[in-house]
Design a protein. Sequence first.
Lengths: 493, 96
Amino acid sequence: MSDLNKLTIAEARDHLRSGDVTSVALTEACLAAIEGAGKLNAFVHHTPEIALDRAKAADARIKAGDAPAMCGIPVGIKDLFCTEGVASQAASRILQGFRPEYESTVSAQLRDAGAVMLGKLNMDEFAMGSSNETSVYGNAINPWKIDARDLTPGGSSGGSAAAVAADLCLAATGTDTGGSIRQPAAFTGTVGIKPTYGRCSRWGIVAFASSLDQAGPMTKTVRDSAIMLQAMCGHDPKDSTSAELPVPDFEAMLTGDIRGTKIGIPREYRLDAMPAEIAALWDKGAEMLRDAGAEIVDISLPHTKYALPAYYVIAPAEASSNLARYDGVRYGHRATLGPGDGITQMYEKTRAEGFGMEVQRRVMIGTYVLSAGFYDAYYNRARKVRTLIKRDFEAVFAQGIDAILTPATPSAAFGLGEMADADPVEMYLNDVFTVTVNLAGLPGIALPAGLDAKGLPLGLQLIGRPWEEGALLNTAHVLEAASGFVSKPEKWW
Amino acid sequence: MSEIDLETARKVAHLARIAVPQENLPALAQELSQILTFMEELNEVDVEGVEPMTSVTPMRLKRRKDGVTDGDIQARILSNAPDAREGFFAVPKVVE
């Protein structure tokens, strides 16, 4: 069988179980694809020895029978996840050389399920960015290309999205604080789900904004997201916000039947400046769900407009406190000190050298909004607005809405460097459709639904009720089948 | 429009323990001002009587037994330190 790296998780699992493919062969195909894709700069730390060891172990386990679905599946791990003995630096200079002595719960669960780690994936520094341009490793590049320009794979999980879209791995982990799984998925024609806050343990994932961060899978199909999410979820005593709820069999919930469900279309998401193609795709998505037997209902989420400004108070506030730990004492980079420099100079120089510009900006904004005299005006007000945003969703769910359909992003992938002269707020607008979901702690999935006139993928987003990832995946599965999206980027790298 | 002056920018940088050279302060102040202006859209919202969110999903933080769960891992804890000596993290002089 050729092109094993192009298989989906579900296909590979079936081949592995029937014995006509080995995990070693799958892994070698992915390692060869990674080797030939240096231009994409998706994998930034390579772990071929670990991969082959795990693949061999997976093959033995599969042979013995009763192996879990992820057993033997080669995956990439976002650099934000701490992986034991393997560089984990959140794409930041300040964590250069850091090799954790422990494994994040999510990557440990994948490892224990038999998944094969191929290496670590590029991302925006500390997951702060929407284009993968803030990474210390340099830009990850979108495998989709329509002219001479290199396009962004989105961010912050840009390396994960590029790697999955280019078939360098069967799937990858991502994390999502304001859209960091869903926006890159939309930019690369892949599927990404952010589960309900508390579904996945955050233990061992480098923290950005703790009340918003969630891990999730990035895959080629909705079914693969269901399979991989299942392996990533579950209660963890080491994360006090992880939910003590049973994890259902998500794949078994992909019945393809959504008759009688109610899909909400929020009028506030119809932005004045929305490109006609995106508006048309959104309408088409609603039509496809209607054709599948769902009822389409116009809904209102009145505080949508305030989600971005609330997010850009809350996330930097939490980041300024989480990133206080990078002090040059316990791990990572420490600046070279001049004669007479004391501990304050050590902190200040270390952080100035170690943090990139966007991270510095957000830490300082966070510091400002938490400082005496401004705490109420900014931080407390933003948290009150967050309550109102969550209430908007609760109200529509109380009306019987099962899921909400929106565009995933306000545009298709843009060129790397094209936003260089924009002010920071313009880049933040990428998250306009996704950020509400993090503020309300809800599950959200982005899936490809069509191509724009230039041939770039466009995504739709479905937002579900809390803890109902299974029903959400099923709705996405129906939309995926109806839209029939099968395009892949043509190999140029 | 919110205005962050140079003095405030300098103060914020110091509070955040990030060294910002004097010549970069004007650009920093301008960027921070732009972001704060964007945040001030929140002033349009009536938040009278609304509780600030503390937990996005209704949950009570679990309590656990106050017990020792690990230990004897000094070498592992120090393994990533930029400067570790005799079992300690080493830093420049703290007290004059």
